[in-house]
Ligand binder design. Structure first.
Ligand code: G
Ligand code: G
Ligand code: MN
Length: 527
């Protein structure tokens, strides 16, 4: 059942390891190509807009210069001014004089009765009369964009506004009158629906209409909007390019991740056998971490913590192998091992400090078997220590089968051995349960000590746990105390003891005996 579940978890892990990077590379390719194309379209629309604005500026300047010159319309001096304007401007093909809708004369010469310019297509917001497609009768079928204001006119070849090179060959570009919605110049495909989209207050917008990715840029000066549009095929081609670049990376990453998942699964599957071997070869050792009275910082106890260094020197953390041992039914053998070692070490600790206690950790399986009580009795006898020198630590979680655990708890306490509830606050048992359970110490989990003084949601939990413990007459041990600030806060709130790097890290027995167990323990913690 367990191996079946482990296989399922591994299979799901492998699927995710492959699917996530592959999916991510697809998504990235899509996003990247869209971003790239949008930037291209934006640059192209920007270029059209720049030319439209430049042409508008040139036209305005031409009307001003012609109006300012006091020469008679169509006089020789005015024609030469028109020619001068033409040569100095980039986008104006011709400047001229208009009367009654007819071009009487221009920089190209006089036109007799005048060339009929045809109907005005629309009048812009600033009053310029615009004719979108005028035959100036210069031969051929060339059509001009003619602007007229105050009797003077300018003519531009619309192709000039859109003939710039674009990175995408099939990019469509053009410009239209913003308020009139009249197309002024275009190259490539066009959809009148684009003109109905509002470029917004920023004067710029982009959208995908199902066939084209379109960018609109509205002039801040004139009543015109430029656009650039990239057809779907071009988008797809670029997307494919990005994908060809990103997909192999995604696949390699997926394969590496899948390999890691498989490795981790196999490693975990092989651990039970390795743990059994380690028990035989005695690769486990116990380290001890001091527990101090918070008022005077004197050592009142030590917690035994299991350490596993393999023959090859690699270190395996208890949070890795303890859950595996619990899963595969090896935890009771580990506990027996710990208690064997403890019998030897406890004797030395108590000899050095008769008023100190030693605590050790139990798992849920341990608390479900009466054998534990016998083992504890044997341990006390073998070590030659008193019951008051021993404390067992059990997590809330480990007491799930409440009735069973409650009975064994009671028997342990009947021996005079005290019980600490470990990692308090991380389990899920109710308060009612805590009142029924007989115990002596409550250990505040280090996550709640860590958050002291921060504005995280759990920063007040330590205060509440201390209050609960006091109302139940339990001594409070705060775990994971790393700073003076935490220690002072906990002392002020009424916690009794502290354990953590501030007072001492877990260490081998010989170091504990030399460095920590100096002055006598505080009597009040030993009954
Ligand atoms: O100190 P350390 O990081 O090694 O502890 C990690 C976890 O392993 C802690 O939750 C601790 O309670 C648990 N642990 C350490 N030693 C033992 C042990 O001997 N038995 C059990 N069941 N758990 C232990
Ligand atoms: O059994 P328990 O879950 O209480 O184990 C205590 C755990 O906390 C061990 O893993 C131990 O190494 C670790 N620990 C002890 N003191 C500190 C500390 O001050 N800071 C941190 N981060 N971990 C600590
Ligand atoms: Mn513990």
């Amino acid at each position: 059942m367990r191996s079946w579940r482990a296989k399922l978890v591994a299979a799901i892990g492998v699927c995710l390891a492959v699917a996530v990077p592959t999916g991510a590379s697809l998504y990235l390719a899509h996003r990247q190509s869209l971003q790239y194309e949008r930037a291209n379209a934006d640059a192209a629309a920007g270029e059209v807009l720049r030319r439209m604005d430049a042409m508008g500026d040139e036209a305005l300047e031409a009307y001003q210069r012609l109006a300012a010159s006091s020469s008679v319309p169509c006089s020789e001096s005015q024609l030469s001014l028109m020619r001068a304007i033409d040569t100095s401007s980039e986008y104006l093909h011709a400047t001229g004089y208009v009367e009654g809708g007819k071009l009487k004369c221009s920089s190209l010469g006089t036109h007799g009765n005048g060339i009929d310019l045809g109907p005005v297509t629309y009048t812009s917001l600033r009053g310029t009369r615009i004719r979108a497609s005028v035959d100036l009768q210069l031969g051929g079928d060339r059509r001009f964009l003619v602007f007229e204001q105050g009797g003077y006119s300018t003519a531009t070849m619309p192709e000039m506004l859109v003939d710039s090179r674009t990175p995408e060959q099939d990019m469509a570009v053009g410009a239209f009158g913003e308020s009139s919605r009249v197309l002024l110049s275009k190259r490539g495909g066009f959809d009148p629906a684009w003109m109905t989209k509002n470029a917004g207050s920023a004067g710029e917008t982009s959208f995908y209409d199902g066939r084209y990715l379109v960018v609109l840029r509205r002039s801040s000066k004139f009543d015109v909007t430029a656009y650039a549009a990239i057809p779907e095929q071009a988008l797809r081609a670029h997307m494919l390019d990005s994908l060809l670049l990103l997909m192999p990376m995604g696949l390699v990453l997926g394969a590496v991740l899948a390999g890691m998942v498989l490795w981790a699964a196999r490693y975990r599957a092989s651990l039970p056998a390795v743990i059994q071997g380690a028990l035989k070869r005695k690769e486990f050792t116990l380290h001890y971490q001091p527990i101090v009275d918070l008022r005077d910082r004197r050592v009142v106890g030590v917690e035994a913590l299991l350490r596993w260094t393999r023959a090859d020197g690699s270190y395996i953390r208890p949070d890795v192998f303890i859950p595996v041992a619990e899963d595969c039914g090896l935890i009771q053998r580990i506990t027996a091992y710990v208690m064997d070692q403890l019998a030897i070490d406890a004797q030395k600790i108590v000899r050095a400090r008769p008023d100190c206690y030693i605590s050790f950790n139990l798992s849920s399986e341990d608390l479900h078997s009466r054998q534990l009580v016998d083992s504890i009795e044997k341990l006390l006898a073998k070590a030659g220590i008193e019951a008051r020198n021993l404390v067992v630590e059990a997590t809330e979680h480990s007491m799930i089968k409440q009735d069973m655990a409650q009975n064994i708890n009671a028997e342990i306490r009947a021996l005079g051995v005290r019980i600490a509830i470990d990692d308090f606050g991380t389990g899920y048992s109710g308060l009612a349960y805590l009142t029924r359970l007989q115990s002596d110490f409550l250990k505040i989990d280090r996550t709640f000590v860590e958050s002291i003084g921060t504005d995280s949601a759990t920063s007040d939990v330590a205060i509440h746990i201390i209050q609960i413990a006091r109302s139940l007459n339990l001594k409070v041990i705060a775990e994971g105390v790393e700073s003076e600030v935490q220690a002072e806060f906990l002392t002020k709130q009424g916690a009794d003891c502290g354990q953590g790097w501030l007072f001492g890290r877990p260490m081998p027995l010989d170091r504990l005996l030399v460095e920590i167990l100096g002055p006598a323990c505080d009597e009040s913690f030993v009954q």
